[in-house]
Design a protein around this ligand. Structure first.
Ligand code: PMP
Length: 443
């Protein structure tokens, strides 16, 4: 019996009572390797003593002060640190309570920027299919998941979607990756010209697509061309790194590997590592200056922006990542995970693609490798995999269903940055057993 409105009304959930390192424990004494960090959240794993100590200290000193009256040392320190490590030009940051709020704030920054600089006709968003940017109305408008959007459509801001850069599904036979990247990016220019450049405010994309497609990075060159196109037409580039950012792909920000700097960038999950709810929107000096010279304020705000407890958690998480050189481990363990997945699933008759970057990997399941046909959704393969994995002491993030006409089941792996090689081996072993058991059940 639960009095909570859970996402699935009739779901029976196990009760988590503890966690230590890469493991979670339930009330019945079962242990689970948290191989997706929830949804790419728990980058330091669970029960990290340094983060807990920082939270205690912050609670003792100051839990909350409203930003209309005060700033706080901890929020200022976090901002200094994040801006110092951000791609050059992202000189300011805005703290919120999660990913959707970060995207929502970024969209409002884009809109207000154009009002401030005298281009109020720019209000349209261009985004991509098979993407997820959050569940508040602005973020949902940007997201390209038709199923999630369907019933809320009358409430959503005007957004136009183009195909993502998703080589496994969209690259044509005989097309090189470079040519495919340019063709995929061309869809943005075509859409801008179709709508009229003077009406478009922002292009929104995840550098590595997370929840809807399963860790799909763009091919090399795609985002550089996207950046050129945005510059050519004065459109702001908003990169959503809520899932793929803050070290998950082996560099602090995923866009570093694509060689581009956005005008706006959102981060969340790994920022606070799950120890507190926190998200952030980075903005360029140009956008900040437009607000400063114009109305003098960003017309937005929530009660919990810059929350000291959330900032303390994020600061501690980021200090531990740097001190313990954990991005080196993300790179090393990411390569190890990719190798092990390749060995276990490379010739699997129902695995079509293995992709990702760092400790952010996706495995796409197909009924038939030749045609890339997906499993019938009625067979509920992804739900079966989730349960089969949990029965084997493994928590992974499977998703599936029809997303904008592309159907598929995939598994997302995003373990804590502290994972070691032996645990990676156990993850892949248990996942292999779970996938085979689930496919046999779904037959
Ligand atoms: N953007 C991306 C890329 C995400 O993956 C998510 C969450 N899965 C969000 C935004 C929304 O974040 P939140 O659930 O914290 O609101």
């Amino acid at each position: 019996m639960t009095r909570i409105l859970h996402r699935q009304i009739h779901a029976t959930l196990r009760t988590a009572v503890g966690g230590k390192g890469v493991e979670l424990f339930d009330r019945d004494g079962r242990r689970y390797i948290d191989a997706s960090g929830g949804a790419a959240v728990s980058c330091l794993g669970h029960g990290h003593p340094d983060v807990i100590a920082a939270l205690h200290a912050q609670a003792d000193a100051l839990a909350y002060a409203h930003t209309s009256f005060f700033t706080s040392d901890v929020a200022e320190a976090l901002a200094e640190r994040l801006v110092a490590d951000a791609p050059a030009g992202l000189d300011y940051v805005y703290f919120v309570s999660g990913g959707s709020e970060a995207v929502e704030a970024a969209l409002k920054m884009a809109r207000q920027y154009f009002v401030e600089v005298g281009q109020p006709q720019r209000a349209r968003i261009i985004a991509r299919r098979q993407s997820y940017h959050g569940n508040t109305l602005g973020a949902l408008a940007a997201g390209g998941n038709a199923w999630r959007r369907a019933q809320f459509k009358p409430l959503l801001a005007e957004t136009h979607h183009i195909d993502p850069c998703y080589a496994y599904r969209y690259r044509e036979a005989g097309e090189t990756e470079a040519d495919y990247g340019l063709r995929a990016a061309q869809a943005l220019e075509d859409k801008i010209l179709e709508l009229g450049p003077e009406t478009v405010m922002a292009f929104v994309a995840e550098p590595v697509v997370g929840a809807t497609a399963g860790a799909v990075p763009a091919v090399a060159g795609y985002f550089r061309r996207i950046r050129e196109i945005c510059d050519r037409y004065g459109v702001l580039l908003l990169l959503d790194e809520v899932m793929c950012g803050m070290g998950r792909t082996g560099t602090l920000h995923a866009c570093e590997q694509d060689g581009v700097v956005p005008d706006l960038m959102t981060v969340a999950k790994g920022l606070g590592g799950g120890y507190q709810p926190i998200g952030a929107t980075f903005l360029s000096g140009r956008i900040y200056e437009a607000f400063a010279k114009g109305s003098g304020l960003f017309q937005h705000g929530h009660t919990y922006i810059c929350h000291p407890m959330a900032c303390a958690a994020a600061l501690a998480v980021q200090e531990v990542i740097a001190r313990d050189r954990l991005l080196d481990n993300v790179q090393a363990m990411g390569a190890h995970l990719a190798r092990r997945l390749g060995e276990r699933f490379g010739n699997h008759p129902h695995v079509g693609d293995i992709r990702g970057r760092g400790l952010f990997m996706g495995v796409e399941l197909v009924e038939d490798r030749g045609s890339k046909a997906a499993f019938d959704p009625a067979r509920k393969l992804n739900a079966r995999i989730k349960h089969a994995a949990m029965d084997r002491g493994l928590a992974v993030y499977p998703a599936g269903g029809t997303i904008d006409g592309i159907r598929g089941d995939h598994i997302l792996l995003a373990p804590p940055f502290i994972i070691d090689a032996a645990t990676v081996d156990t993850v892949v072993e248990r996942l292999g057993e779970a996938v085979d058991a689930a496919i046999a059940q779904a037959a």
